[in-house]
Design a protein around this ligand. Structure first.
Ligand SMILES: Nc1ncnc2c1ncn2[C@@H]1O[C@H](COP(=O)(O)OP(=O)(O)OP(=O)(O)O)[C@@H](O)[C@H]1O
Length: 250
Protein backbone atom coordinates (compact mmCIF):
# COMPACT_ATOMS: atom_id res chain seq x y z
CA UNK A 1 0.00 0.00 0.00
CA UNK A 2 1.24 3.50 -0.76
CA UNK A 3 2.10 5.90 2.06
CA UNK A 4 0.34 8.93 0.61
CA UNK A 5 -2.12 9.23 -2.26
CA UNK A 6 -3.32 12.47 -3.80
CA UNK A 7 -6.25 11.99 -6.17
CA UNK A 8 -7.50 14.86 -8.35
CA UNK A 9 -6.41 17.40 -5.73
CA UNK A 10 -7.12 21.07 -6.37
CA UNK A 11 -6.57 23.99 -4.07
CA UNK A 12 -7.22 27.73 -3.96
CA UNK A 13 -6.26 30.20 -1.22
CA UNK A 14 -9.51 31.84 -0.05
CA UNK A 15 -11.57 32.88 -3.04
CA UNK A 16 -8.53 33.22 -5.26
CA UNK A 17 -7.71 31.29 -8.40
CA UNK A 18 -6.66 27.65 -8.24
CA UNK A 19 -2.99 27.23 -7.36
CA UNK A 20 -3.22 23.42 -7.71
CA UNK A 21 -5.29 21.77 -10.36
CA UNK A 22 -6.15 18.07 -10.52
CA UNK A 23 -2.94 16.78 -8.93
CA UNK A 24 -2.58 12.98 -8.85
CA UNK A 25 0.45 11.54 -7.15
CA UNK A 26 1.44 8.61 -5.01
CA UNK A 27 4.26 8.19 -2.50
CA UNK A 28 5.46 4.63 -2.14
CA UNK A 29 7.45 3.55 0.94
CA UNK A 30 11.14 3.31 0.07
CA UNK A 31 10.88 5.41 -3.09
CA UNK A 32 11.99 9.00 -2.57
CA UNK A 33 9.90 11.47 -4.52
CA UNK A 34 11.07 14.84 -5.85
CA UNK A 35 8.53 17.58 -6.57
CA UNK A 36 10.13 20.09 -8.90
CA UNK A 37 8.89 23.35 -10.36
CA UNK A 38 9.62 27.04 -10.66
CA UNK A 39 8.83 29.52 -7.92
CA UNK A 40 5.05 29.80 -7.50
CA UNK A 41 4.28 26.47 -9.19
CA UNK A 42 2.57 25.20 -6.01
CA UNK A 43 5.25 22.98 -4.43
CA UNK A 44 4.94 24.33 -0.89
CA UNK A 45 1.15 24.23 -1.17
CA UNK A 46 1.31 20.49 -1.98
CA UNK A 47 3.46 19.92 1.12
CA UNK A 48 1.04 21.89 3.29
CA UNK A 49 -1.84 19.76 2.02
CA UNK A 50 0.15 16.55 2.59
CA UNK A 51 0.85 17.65 6.16
CA UNK A 52 -2.82 18.36 6.82
CA UNK A 53 -2.07 22.08 7.36
CA UNK A 54 -4.59 22.93 4.66
CA UNK A 55 -7.42 20.97 3.07
CA UNK A 56 -7.92 20.45 -0.65
CA UNK A 57 -10.65 22.49 -2.30
CA UNK A 58 -11.41 19.37 -4.37
CA UNK A 59 -10.05 15.83 -4.53
CA UNK A 60 -8.80 13.42 -1.87
CA UNK A 61 -5.65 12.82 0.15
CA UNK A 62 -5.09 9.51 1.93
CA UNK A 63 -2.36 8.30 4.26
CA UNK A 64 -1.93 4.51 4.22
CA UNK A 65 -5.34 4.25 2.59
CA UNK A 66 -7.17 6.33 5.23
CA UNK A 67 -8.49 9.83 4.45
CA UNK A 68 -6.19 12.56 5.78
CA UNK A 69 -8.65 14.33 8.05
CA UNK A 70 -7.14 17.06 10.29
CA UNK A 71 -10.34 16.86 12.41
CA UNK A 72 -9.79 13.16 13.24
CA UNK A 73 -7.62 13.39 16.36
CA UNK A 74 -6.67 9.75 16.89
CA UNK A 75 -5.75 9.46 13.22
CA UNK A 76 -3.73 12.69 13.30
CA UNK A 77 -1.71 11.55 16.33
CA UNK A 78 -0.48 8.51 14.43
CA UNK A 79 -0.05 10.58 11.29
CA UNK A 80 2.10 13.24 13.00
CA UNK A 81 4.39 10.59 14.38
CA UNK A 82 4.76 8.98 10.96
CA UNK A 83 5.13 12.15 8.88
CA UNK A 84 7.54 14.95 9.73
CA UNK A 85 8.80 18.00 7.85
CA UNK A 86 11.91 20.13 7.39
CA UNK A 87 11.57 23.65 6.01
CA UNK A 88 13.73 25.89 3.90
CA UNK A 89 15.09 28.43 6.32
CA UNK A 90 17.20 26.99 9.13
CA UNK A 91 17.36 30.46 10.71
CA UNK A 92 13.64 31.02 11.23
CA UNK A 93 12.53 27.40 11.70
CA UNK A 94 14.29 26.93 15.07
CA UNK A 95 13.06 28.73 18.20
CA UNK A 96 16.03 30.90 19.33
CA UNK A 97 14.94 30.76 23.01
CA UNK A 98 15.06 26.99 23.24
CA UNK A 99 18.10 24.81 23.76
CA UNK A 100 18.79 22.39 20.92
CA UNK A 101 17.83 19.44 23.15
CA UNK A 102 14.35 20.91 23.70
CA UNK A 103 13.95 21.77 20.02
CA UNK A 104 14.77 18.22 18.95
CA UNK A 105 12.64 16.68 21.72
CA UNK A 106 9.58 18.76 20.80
CA UNK A 107 7.90 16.12 18.56
CA UNK A 108 8.38 13.47 21.28
CA UNK A 109 6.78 15.74 23.89
CA UNK A 110 3.91 17.00 21.76
CA UNK A 111 3.16 13.48 20.50
CA UNK A 112 3.58 12.05 24.02
CA UNK A 113 5.94 9.38 22.73
CA UNK A 114 6.95 7.17 25.64
CA UNK A 115 10.71 6.94 25.33
CA UNK A 116 13.94 7.99 27.03
CA UNK A 117 13.95 11.55 25.67
CA UNK A 118 17.64 12.27 26.39
CA UNK A 119 18.71 9.07 24.68
CA UNK A 120 16.45 9.76 21.70
CA UNK A 121 17.87 13.30 21.34
CA UNK A 122 21.44 11.96 21.58
CA UNK A 123 20.62 9.35 18.95
CA UNK A 124 19.11 11.95 16.59
CA UNK A 125 22.16 14.23 17.01
CA UNK A 126 24.47 11.31 16.23
CA UNK A 127 22.40 10.49 13.12
CA UNK A 128 23.00 13.98 11.76
CA UNK A 129 26.70 13.96 12.72
CA UNK A 130 26.53 16.64 15.40
CA UNK A 131 28.49 16.23 18.65
CA UNK A 132 26.60 15.39 21.88
CA UNK A 133 27.34 18.80 23.48
CA UNK A 134 25.16 20.42 20.77
CA UNK A 135 22.17 19.47 22.96
CA UNK A 136 22.95 22.09 25.64
CA UNK A 137 23.53 24.99 23.24
CA UNK A 138 21.25 27.48 21.43
CA UNK A 139 20.52 27.70 17.66
CA UNK A 140 22.37 31.03 17.21
CA UNK A 141 25.63 29.28 18.09
CA UNK A 142 25.47 27.27 14.85
CA UNK A 143 26.02 27.82 11.13
CA UNK A 144 23.23 27.48 8.54
CA UNK A 145 24.30 23.93 7.66
CA UNK A 146 24.47 22.91 11.34
CA UNK A 147 21.05 24.44 11.96
CA UNK A 148 19.63 22.49 9.06
CA UNK A 149 21.09 19.33 10.67
CA UNK A 150 19.33 20.28 13.92
CA UNK A 151 16.04 20.71 11.99
CA UNK A 152 16.59 17.31 10.38
CA UNK A 153 17.34 15.75 13.80
CA UNK A 154 14.01 17.13 15.06
CA UNK A 155 12.25 15.63 12.03
CA UNK A 156 13.71 12.14 12.53
CA UNK A 157 13.60 11.87 16.34
CA UNK A 158 10.14 10.23 16.30
CA UNK A 159 11.40 7.73 13.69
CA UNK A 160 8.92 8.82 11.03
CA UNK A 161 8.13 6.76 7.94
CA UNK A 162 8.07 9.85 5.77
CA UNK A 163 10.02 13.13 5.89
CA UNK A 164 8.83 16.04 3.74
CA UNK A 165 11.60 18.53 2.99
CA UNK A 166 10.94 21.94 1.43
CA UNK A 167 13.95 23.53 -0.31
CA UNK A 168 16.21 22.27 2.46
CA UNK A 169 19.49 23.14 0.77
CA UNK A 170 18.59 26.36 -1.06
CA UNK A 171 19.85 28.62 1.72
CA UNK A 172 23.19 26.78 1.99
CA UNK A 173 26.51 27.17 0.18
CA UNK A 174 27.66 24.48 -2.23
CA UNK A 175 29.98 22.55 0.11
CA UNK A 176 27.37 22.50 2.88
CA UNK A 177 24.73 21.41 0.34
CA UNK A 178 26.81 18.42 -0.69
CA UNK A 179 27.19 17.38 2.96
CA UNK A 180 23.45 17.67 3.56
CA UNK A 181 22.76 15.63 0.40
CA UNK A 182 25.07 12.90 1.76
CA UNK A 183 23.26 13.03 5.11
CA UNK A 184 19.83 12.79 3.46
CA UNK A 185 21.05 9.87 1.39
CA UNK A 186 22.02 7.99 4.54
CA UNK A 187 18.76 8.89 6.29
CA UNK A 188 16.71 7.72 3.32
CA UNK A 189 17.86 4.17 4.03
CA UNK A 190 15.45 4.27 7.00
CA UNK A 191 12.76 6.73 5.97
CA UNK A 192 11.11 7.78 2.72
CA UNK A 193 11.83 11.34 1.59
CA UNK A 194 9.77 13.81 -0.36
CA UNK A 195 11.98 16.65 -1.56
CA UNK A 196 10.49 19.83 -2.89
CA UNK A 197 12.82 22.08 -4.86
CA UNK A 198 13.20 24.30 -7.89
CA UNK A 199 16.55 22.56 -8.44
CA UNK A 200 16.03 19.38 -10.46
CA UNK A 201 19.74 18.57 -10.16
CA UNK A 202 19.53 18.44 -6.36
CA UNK A 203 16.42 16.26 -6.19
CA UNK A 204 17.72 13.94 -8.90
CA UNK A 205 20.61 13.07 -6.59
CA UNK A 206 18.27 11.60 -4.00
CA UNK A 207 14.96 10.72 -5.62
CA UNK A 208 13.77 7.62 -7.42
CA UNK A 209 10.75 9.39 -8.89
CA UNK A 210 10.02 12.94 -9.99
CA UNK A 211 6.89 15.02 -10.34
CA UNK A 212 7.26 18.12 -12.50
CA UNK A 213 4.86 20.90 -11.57
CA UNK A 214 4.03 23.90 -13.75
CA UNK A 215 1.51 26.49 -12.54
CA UNK A 216 -0.24 24.02 -10.26
CA UNK A 217 -0.47 21.18 -12.79
CA UNK A 218 1.68 18.09 -13.13
CA UNK A 219 3.16 18.15 -16.62
CA UNK A 220 5.34 15.05 -16.28
CA UNK A 221 6.03 12.34 -13.71
CA UNK A 222 7.91 9.07 -13.54
CA UNK A 223 11.27 7.53 -12.65
CA UNK A 224 13.95 10.23 -12.26
CA UNK A 225 16.30 8.39 -14.59
CA UNK A 226 13.77 8.40 -17.45
CA UNK A 227 12.88 12.05 -17.01
CA UNK A 228 16.51 13.12 -16.88
CA UNK A 229 17.55 11.12 -19.92
CA UNK A 230 14.44 11.79 -22.03
CA UNK A 231 12.33 14.72 -20.76
CA UNK A 232 9.08 14.81 -22.70
CA UNK A 233 7.64 18.18 -21.72
CA UNK A 234 9.21 21.49 -22.88
CA UNK A 235 8.90 22.85 -19.32
CA UNK A 236 10.94 19.92 -17.97
CA UNK A 237 13.56 20.59 -20.65
CA UNK A 238 13.71 24.22 -19.54
CA UNK A 239 14.17 23.18 -15.90
CA UNK A 240 16.97 20.83 -16.95
CA UNK A 241 18.62 23.51 -19.06
CA UNK A 242 18.61 25.86 -16.07
CA UNK A 243 20.58 23.36 -13.99
CA UNK A 244 24.09 23.65 -15.36
CA UNK A 245 25.60 21.23 -12.87
CA UNK A 246 23.30 18.41 -13.91
CA UNK A 247 25.93 16.98 -16.25
CA UNK A 248 27.96 16.17 -13.13
CA UNK A 249 25.08 14.23 -11.56
CA UNK A 250 23.58 12.30 -14.43
N1 LIG B 1 -1.06 32.24 1.91
C1 LIG B 1 -1.29 32.47 0.61
N2 LIG B 1 -2.32 33.24 0.21
C2 LIG B 1 -2.57 33.46 -1.10
N3 LIG B 1 -1.84 32.96 -2.11
C3 LIG B 1 -0.78 32.19 -1.78
C4 LIG B 1 -0.45 31.89 -0.40
N4 LIG B 1 0.65 31.10 -0.39
C5 LIG B 1 0.98 30.89 -1.69
N5 LIG B 1 0.13 31.54 -2.52
C6 LIG B 1 0.16 31.53 -3.99
O1 LIG B 1 0.03 30.15 -4.41
C7 LIG B 1 0.86 29.88 -5.52
C8 LIG B 1 1.75 28.69 -5.22
O2 LIG B 1 2.61 29.03 -4.13
P1 LIG B 1 3.63 27.99 -3.47
O3 LIG B 1 4.29 28.68 -2.33
O4 LIG B 1 2.94 26.72 -3.22
O5 LIG B 1 4.66 27.79 -4.68
P2 LIG B 1 6.15 27.23 -4.64
O6 LIG B 1 6.28 26.44 -5.88
O7 LIG B 1 6.41 26.55 -3.35
O8 LIG B 1 6.99 28.56 -4.76
P3 LIG B 1 8.36 28.98 -4.02
O9 LIG B 1 9.39 28.05 -4.56
O10 LIG B 1 8.56 30.40 -4.46
O11 LIG B 1 8.10 28.84 -2.55
C9 LIG B 1 1.62 31.18 -5.82
O12 LIG B 1 0.96 31.83 -6.87
C10 LIG B 1 1.49 31.96 -4.54
O13 LIG B 1 1.51 33.33 -4.80
Amino acid sequence: MSLVDLAAVSFAYGRGRSVLDGVDLRIEAGRNLGIVGESGSGKTTILRLMLGLARPTAGRIAFRGEPLDPGNRPFMRGFRRAVQAVFQDPYSSLDPRQKVADIIAEPLRSLKVETDVDAAVAGALASVDLPPDTAGRYPHEFSGGQRQRIAIARAIVSRPDLVLADEVVSALDLTTRIRIVDLLKTLSEKTTLVLVSHDIGFVALLCHDLVILEKGRIVEQGPARDILSAPRHPYTRRLLASTPRLADFA
